[in-house]
Design a protein around this ligand. Sequence first.
Ligand code: AMP
Length: 213
Amino acid sequence: MQNIIFIAPPAAGKGTQSHMLKEKYDYEHISTGDMLREAISNGSKLGLEVKNIMDKGELVSDDLMIDLIKDKLTKIKGKPFILDGFPRTLKQGIELDKLLDDANYQVIYLKLDKDIAIKRVEGRLTCSCGKTYNIFDQKLQPKQNGICDKCGKQLIKRNDDNVDSFKIRYDNFLTNTDKLLKYYEEKNKLNIINVDKSVDEIFNDISKVVTND
Ligand code: AMP
């Protein structure tokens, strides 16, 4: 089974797909966004450092993110993993390669147009357990309004899920990702999946990469 690295603009569904993959294949799901949000809600030093940056939709520094990932990869001790939200810059990608066995990962780029992504961001609700919902998509609505199906907690709207912050995040994504995608393409690691289709269809496409079909 391949380790998976997701590269995707905001609201392309990397969180939803990661959860589905985790359930089916028992991956360790490493979401850097979730790790940072947890640090913020715990009021830790890291949380205080990143809160404003995240609320504005900007990127946290490479050095900080690389330290966070190094620490996490050590803790999971070789268990197969999904990286959701890291790397986001070429520097992060190069540093990550120093930590990984090259043969054992694939990169999946979830491709989504800006106007569709904006609509998704507007409808997105998340739970602190990491599960994501979307009120505009029948398949992604919670069974009970505003409540997480999985753990029963109240769903929340992320601070950075507003149109202003979204535009910054999307533009940052395009600027930084171009070089990163080229880097992985040259390494023959890049799989592009168009995500303007149903969650199940996307999952099928991703599963083929996971199992090497
Ligand atoms: P996400 O949940 O992946 O959309 O990430 C939410 C926010 O966390 C981003 O807009 C960034 O501010 C920050 N963040 C998450 N991962 C990274 C990363 N690899 N590099 C820099 N900032 C990150």
